[in-house]
Design a protein. Structure first.
Length: 190
């Protein structure tokens, strides 16, 4: 199992360009659909947690899946598997960086990869949105965050995703506390 975790995440790390968000689609396909190591709900939850904690999303997801399967040893093997390909590729490229970037077909390939990465990220977002529980609060938070990102982008500004995450967390926590208070008051009246 440890070798399977390492090799699975090594392949994910080696053949997925574009970082963690692009890898989430591949992780879902392999770890949820094919190997059934985690559920889709687990993947959604770990993606949210991974986004709000330090470190790249794909590494946090790999660590979670590995830990869920084989504890600390599984977490270490999955994490090593997902990190090692990028490390080796960057190390090799750095040895020949000047000459590597001057190759016309390499520059063209990276332009094409950028488009593909954008589509992979869009695909993951749409799939997660479809599987998200259709609760009014979640939909309002999602629409507000999307609107804020679009307005800021159209005005050539920048807004950190961390600010959006924190704002969504504060709103969700406030609603939760209000609901808990109402539930407690309802229980006192009985």
């Amino acid at each position: 199992m440890l070798l399977d975790l390492f090799l699975t995440f090594f392949r994910i790390g080696a053949f997925t360009f574009g970082g963690g968000y692009a890898m989430i689609s591949v992780i879902e396909n392999i770890c949820v659909s094919k190997k059934q190591w985690i559920t889709h709900e687990d993947l959604v939850n770990v993606t949210v947690i991974a986004e709000s904690t330090p470190g790249p999303v794909a590494i946090n997801c790999a660590t979670f899946v590995g830990y869920k399967q084989k504890g600390i040893a599984g977490a270490a093997m999955a994490t090593l598997g997902v990190v090692l390909p990028s490390f080796l590729i960057i190390w090799l490229i750095s040895m020949f960086l000047d000459r590597f970037l001057e190759i016309t077909w390499v520059a063209g390939a990276f332009r094409g990869i950028r488009v593909a990465v954008g589509l992979l990220i869009l695909d993951v977002g749409i799939r997660m949105m479809k599987k998200m529980p259709k609760e009014p609060l979640r939909i309002v938070i999602m629409v507000c965050a999307l609107a804020a990102m679009l307005v800021v982008s159209l005005l050539s500004g920048r807004i950190s995703t961390i600010v959006l995450l924190l704002a969504a967390g504060v709103v969700s926590l406030a609603v939760f506390l209000v609901q808990e208070r109402q539930a407690a008051k309802g229980g006192e009246r009985k």
